[in-house]
Ligand binder design. Structure first.
Ligand code: HEC
Length: 139
């Protein structure tokens, strides 16, 4: 094996530059894609003002709606002591980014017979933000 290969040595930095640019472009195009997970929790805290007529962020505080503490990642209709609609109880949903996004866009259309009397958050960015905020409500 030749220990010194001038052509190969010259080509190597170019190759790694190319790989670096590729990685950079991949990161940039990922950041530009409107991903659901890109919500801003701080902005979402303000969107949550639309929810506080019926919901609290604190654990165990149920009002007209159940406490939303820890809601992200838990099965639908699983807060002890809250009287859910049969429709939500039977939904077999687990609250993740996708199911929350659909539900919050139009609650009564997604859960027919559900009791969340709320027209929904129509702006996708505001929904992503409020979902990001809900994710912060964990121990
Ligand atoms: C007018 C009252 C009201 C408003 C406003 C409201 N909700 Fe609800 N929400 C409810 C009720 C009642 C339920 C239970 C629905 C059922 O049993 O079908 C519920 C259920 C939910 C659930 C499912 C909880 C679980 O434990 O499965 C989520 C998530 C939710 N609401 C999020 C929100 C968010 C986020 C907002 C604000 C953007 C909001 N809600 C606004 C009344 C409301």
């Amino acid at each position: 094996m030749k220990s010194c290969d001038p052509a190969g040595a010259a080509a190597r930095p170019l190759v790694s530059l190319g790989a670096g640019l590729f990685a950079l472009l991949a990161v940039l195009s990922f950041a530009a894609a409107p991903a659901l997970a890109d919500g801003d929790a701080e902005a979402g805290r303000k969107v949550f003002s639309q929810c506080i007529a019926c919901h609290r962020a604190e654990e165990g505080k149920n009002l007209i709606g159940p406490s939303l503490f820890g809601v992200h990642g838990r099965p639908a209709a699983s807060v002890e002591g809250f009287s859910y609609s049969p429709a939500l109880k039977n939904s077999k949903l687990t609250w993740d980014d996708a199911s929350l996004d659909k539900y919050l866009e139009n609650p009564t259309a997604v859960i027919r017979g559900g009791r969340m009397a709320f027209p929904g958050v129509k702006d996708p960015k505001a929904r992503a933000d409020v979902i990001a905020y809900l994710k912060t409500l964990h121990k």
